[in-house]
Design a protein around this ligand. Sequence first.
Ligand code: ADP
Ligand code: ADP
Ligand code: ZN
Length: 214
Amino acid sequence: MNIILLGPPGAGKGTQARMLVEKHGMVQLSTGDMLRAAKDSGSEMGKQVADIMARGDLVTDEIVIGLIAEQLDNGADESGAIYDGFPRTLGQADALGELLSSRGSKLDAVVEMRVDDEAVVRRISGRFTCGGCGEVYHDDTKRPAKPDACDNCGANDFKRRADDNAESVRTRLMAYYKETSPLIGYYHAKGLLKSVDGMGDISDVQAEITSALS
Ligand code: ADP
Ligand code: ADP
Ligand code: ZN
């Protein structure tokens, strides 16, 4: 199964993608994670995207389509993929359709996670992740059982994203409404769209997604 999780920054896409990975053995393809890895590695492309990401603007279609094509070339989607944070523009959506069909594959569903703007800001401002395994936490809604150790891997290496600040969040939300929200109509027209209420707690949203996909 190939699915897209679509929603504004902070909607809970990464959190839900990780749970789907655990449950169904799918892979999570997050262009945000790939871009941050490129930035941390100090590569030319990483340097090129650093300022754009810090501001909260979108990097070029060419770069993110290239990252996804590379993953597919390496067979990353053999047991099904969850696209998290990609596609974010109509150009990326068209490119993904072509990449999949040229490999004899297709999308099965696009899950739109509906979350209001105030919740997005609350979620992003309390977000931190484990540097060891990528587990996603929140100051109010998902704290590790021990304050200084990851529940999942035990590492004591929590990180906060530099772009999780009020100004960048405003820019990212605007980019979502301007560039990404047209994908809702696009996938509706293709008969692939499933909309779920993303406002409940993490397990409620997981149940909604499971039922939307069944
Ligand atoms: P969030 O978790 O807040 O939705 P991501 O981790 O998905 O954010 O993305 C972080 C940043 O990486 C974005 O603000 C943007 O600059 C860049 N980025 C990630 N995915 C894409 C994409 N598909 N197209 C363009 N830019 C992207
Ligand atoms: P995205 O990948 O869409 O940017 P994340 O999965 O990183 O979103 O979630 C953003 C923040 O919100 C994280 O701190 C996460 O722990 C928290 N979060 C995710 N889902 C929920 C939820 N249903 N209710 C409350 N907080 C949530
Ligand atoms: Zn961890």
